[in-house]
Write a protein that binds this ligand. Sequence first.
Ligand code: PLP
Ligand code: COI
Length: 341
Amino acid sequence: MDKKNIDWANIGFGYVQTDKRFVSNFKDGKWDDGQLTDDATVVISECAGVLQYAQTCFEGMKAYTTEDGRVVVFRPDLNAKRMEDSAKRLEMPVFPQDRFVKAIEETVKANLAYVPPYGSGATLYIRPYMFGSSSVIGVKPAEEYQFRVFTTPVGPYFKGGAKPITIKVSDFDRAAPHGTGHIKAGLNYAMSLHAIVTAHAEGFDENMYLDAATRTKVEETGGANFIFVTKDNTVVTPKSNSILPSITRRSLMYVAEHYLGLKVEEREVYFDEVKDFAECGLCGTAAVISPVGKINDHGKEICFPSGMEEMGPITKKLYDTLTGIQMGRIEAPEGWIYEIK
Ligand code: PLP
Ligand code: COI
């Protein structure tokens, strides 16, 4: 397989159009067989449910080239399950989980030339998504839907890769109690845009959102969950019904406990205790693990002992082990690695 002539080591996290994408339509109560297409555009009614009432959800995952040259995807079954949860909460039809995984496989296979080589630092980001495509003007679910999967080669989500970032405590809320924070609804990201533009304009890389009800507990950022490390090396992650159940975070907690022999805690994390942690990181498919060096709380700074130059030691071990598993250098737990054949 000849790879495309792309400067893999220097690409950012952006959209690059690849050759093929998967499309399936839901009409008259059922999904059609779906197919790959060269057409990277979507044509829908001006009154489509997605355009009027934001009826859309998505997923994000990556394909990796392993050390021995295979192309693999990390835990796609969990993305399939989460998309099912998102669809149900948004009154959309479920795209069957087995068909979801097959569609991922077909799309990656059709774009193998864009899967970055091993060791390049880049990966192929896979974006499955679904939206209401038929017209609705009264507030109700659409009757027709489109499920699509495209791929795009990506580099690090945050400029500087593994360099620690600075985040701010946001004055905006991301998700309400009993709202949609636990699913991957497009609307969660639409409402975060003003907050992220504001944070960037003030010189911060991301927002830390607190729980909307009491503003005392740590939730997550706009696109990643938090992990913290205590001074005695316990890995702590916030538990909340209004954050996205990150597949990376769930995997890291397993890695911390079973590969690194660390104590792990998933529990409510009060913002007041954040200053006492030794390390802080953001985790997600796009973010992998991005170390946080500093948190700005309305002018008051929390500076983690790991500093602004490199990842803290436990974060680094978690990063090395997770990426080692994803790139085939370290044996994966049963079922974590899906090979594209
Ligand atoms: N939280 C939010 C809001 C996200 O958008 C993402 C990205 O998918 C995550 C967390 C991380 O989830 P995952 O590790 O499944 O990619
Ligand atoms: C991901 O990590 O896949 C995300 O969806 C985060 C962001 C790009 C929205």
